[in-house]
Design a protein around this ligand. Sequence first.
Ligand SMILES: Cc1cc2nc3c(=O)[nH]c(=O)nc-3n(C[C@H](O)[C@H](O)[C@H](O)COP(=O)(O)OP(=O)(O)OC[C@H]3O[C@@H](n4cnc5c(N)ncnc54)[C@H](O)[C@@H]3O)c2cc1C
Length: 358
Amino acid sequence: MIYDVVVIGGGPAGMMAAGRAGERGARVLLLEKNNQLGLKLLLTGHGRCNFTNALADKEEMINAYGKNFKFLFSAFNKFGVEDTISFFNNLGVATKEEDRGRIFPLSDRADDIKQALIKYLKKSRVEIKLDAEVKRLITENKKIVKIILNDGHELFGNNFIISTGGKSYAQTGSIGDGYSWLRKLGHKIIAPRPAIAPVTVKEKIVKNLEGLSLKDVKLSVYKNKKKIISRTGEIIFTADGLSGPAIIDLSERIGELMPGPVFLKIDFKPEIEFAKLEKKLQNDFHEAGSKMFKNYLAGLAAPKLTLIIIKLTGINEKKQINAVTKLERRALAGALKDFTLEIKELKGFASFKLDFFK
Ligand SMILES: Cc1cc2nc3c(=O)[nH]c(=O)nc-3n(C[C@H](O)[C@H](O)[C@H](O)COP(=O)(O)OP(=O)(O)OC[C@H]3O[C@@H](n4cnc5c(N)ncnc54)[C@H](O)[C@@H]3O)c2cc1C
């Protein structure tokens, strides 16, 4: 048997490709190494699958894909946001729009998107083979002629679609097989790097802040003393660095700046300028003069953070605040507005845990 199209990898990309080829009349085989299709798809949008965006126009959507966005023009022209929504509606998935134009299935279940794609595969008469890991591609004149599965089976096709996914969340099956195959076939592969990832930092001091979650702090990334990018939002300290939406948003840009010394400045009080904060401290210290420094600090920062601030500023925790010197006050404002950490690395592909399946 020679298939018209053999699709390797049963994630959303492979399912769409196989379904569409089948719909167009091709004899299609879809191969998936797991015992089920679309495992990563189940993780998306915290298990709810934010599958498109209603606000973004085509240009905006394409620009979000970084430097090499242009190759997506024709794809988005042929199948845009509205097409995506009606595609799933027609397969029986009711959808809803949430803030920032994010579109989810009404049921809040990513599995509904997966089941819709499986329905599409069936309608398109795609043959599906699970537990079928492709081990080798056999080529003649740089054209794939057959593939060999883990159990030694050989499969033949006139066309092959490689949709083996990226390298993130390897537990879902995508370990980057496609990259090495394509490299061998003569394609230039740009090494993938993690994005949307937490960071680790050089300062061991963060261990003391582990678990501390702070909203509305401002993060600024510096390289060569130049501010590159800032973001205000939520952060969570981990045992060796930082996670949370704000850092995850910045992580792609941080990845571009690595290797090399890259610093992260945390402003815990972005709502007030440095000079005004100094002035406020001066007034407070004057007004509540006999208060102990550590007690004053308790009203200003989270308990875990106050311990670090005491350490960083060197101010004796028992000192009465009216005795705090100008220099110490400035150090305190600095610790609150310019808390600086050096980034060690972006957490790698392997560092993610599949909590969702626990
Ligand atoms: C936590 C998380 C949340 C996300 N949230 C969203 C979201 O809300 N919205 C959104 O649009 N995107 C989201 N994404 C991104 C989205 O999951 C991916 O863009 C999408 O899964 C990519 O689809 P794919 O088919 O290219 O690859 P994958 O989904 O990785 O599928 C590739 C498939 O190929 C199979 N495979 C690999 N190698 C072989 C082989 N040798 N032989 C046979 N089969 C093989 C794998 O087992 C896998 O099933 C999220 C991702 C993660 C990790």
